[in-house]
Structures are given as structure tokens and as C-alpha cells.
Design a protein around this ligand. Structure first.
Ligand code: HEC
Length: 126
């Protein structure tokens, strides 16, 4: 009986350790770091952007809408009225683009579904 209990607690501890390694908190931290390193210079850490220069990403209907558009803006960049949004396709892999796009869709007041690396790969290949 004692052995069974010991065995079960070991399995439990292993589960806790695995969860800590790859849990949602860890992923959120990674995405936050990616945003801070690559996007916040222009769009600001609080997602507020800069008036007439860099669009706010917080509460932005484009960011919250069709994920395909957001993914392709980040992959390919864009020249628009406000200026040039750089391209990230040679700097960030599918996993990192999925993480940072998911971050901007779920940070601050934003609540939109996550984006997967497979969705990024499909748009990258177009
Ligand atoms: C050098 C400044 C700069 C950096 C760095 C930058 N952006 Fe942008 N971004 C822009 C500009 C300028 C625009 C607007 C382009 C236009 O006028 O259409 C833009 C537009 C966008 C849009 C579309 C917003 C809309 O309302 O259409 C998204 C989404 C976006 N950026 C996300 C990101 C993400 C995610 C990163 C980091 C991986 C990032 N940007 C890094 C300058 C930047």
C-alpha cells in the first residue's frame, strides 16, 4: 500500500514539473518577451501605439478580427498611410509569429482566439 502511495505521489510531482516547464504562464511570458523585443518600440508596451505614427493594437478591430490578416501583416509587413510596418518572415519562425500574434490578440483589453504555428505556416507558404 505504501509503495502504491509513493508511486502515485511521484507521478503527481512529475506532472507538476512538466506543467511548470511548458505551462500557459511560461508561454505567456515568452510571448510578452517577443513583443517587448520586436514590437514595443513602435506599438508601445501597453499596445497604445503613437498617435499618427504607429497604430494602437489594444482594442483594435483589425487585430481582433480575421486572424489571417494579422498574421500576414506581421509576416510580410505593410506600407500604409501611417508608414512602413516591417516584415518579420525572415526574423521570426512560425512558432514565434504565432506566439506574438496570439499575444497581441489576448493582451491588454483584447480577447480574441489564439493563432497556431500551422496557421502561420499556411499563410507563409502562399
Ligand atoms: C518600426 C516600427 C514598427 C515595428 C517594430 C512593428 N510595427 Fe506593426 N506597424 C507599424 C506601422 C507604421 C503600422 C501601420 C502601417 C500602415 O500605415 O498601414 C503597423 C501596423 C501593424 C498592424 C496592423 C494594425 C492595423 O490597424 O491595421 C499590426 C497587427 C502590427 N503592426 C503588429 C505588429 C507586431 C506584432 C509587431 C512585432 C512583431 C510589430 N507590429 C512591429 C510599425 C511597426
Amino acid at each position: 500500500m505504501k509503495t502504491v502511495a509513493l508511486f502515485l505521489s511521484l507521478i503527481f510531482l512529475l506532472g507538476v514539473a512538466l506543467a511548470q516547464g511548458q505551462g500557459p504562464d511560461e508561454l505567456i511570458q515568452q510571448s510578452k518577451d517577443l513583443f517587448a523585443a520586436n514590437c514595443a518600440d513602435c506599438h508601445r508596451l501597453n499596445g497604445g501605439g503613437l498617435p499618427n505614427k504607429f497604430p494602437a493594437l489594444n482594442k483594435n478591430p483589425y487585430v481582433l478580427g480575421d486572424p489571417g490578416g494579422v498574421i500576414s501583416t506581421v509576416l510580410n509587413g505593410r506600407q500604409g498611410n501611417l508608414g512602413r510596418m516591417p516584415s518579420w518572415k525572415n526574423k521570426l519562425d512560425d512558432q514565434k509569429i504565432a506566439a506574438v500574434v496570439t499575444y497581441v490578440r489576448q493582451a491588454w483589453a483584447n480577447r480574441a482566439p489564439a493563432v497556431t504555428p500551422a496557421m502561420v505556416a499556411a499563410i507563409r507558404g502562399q
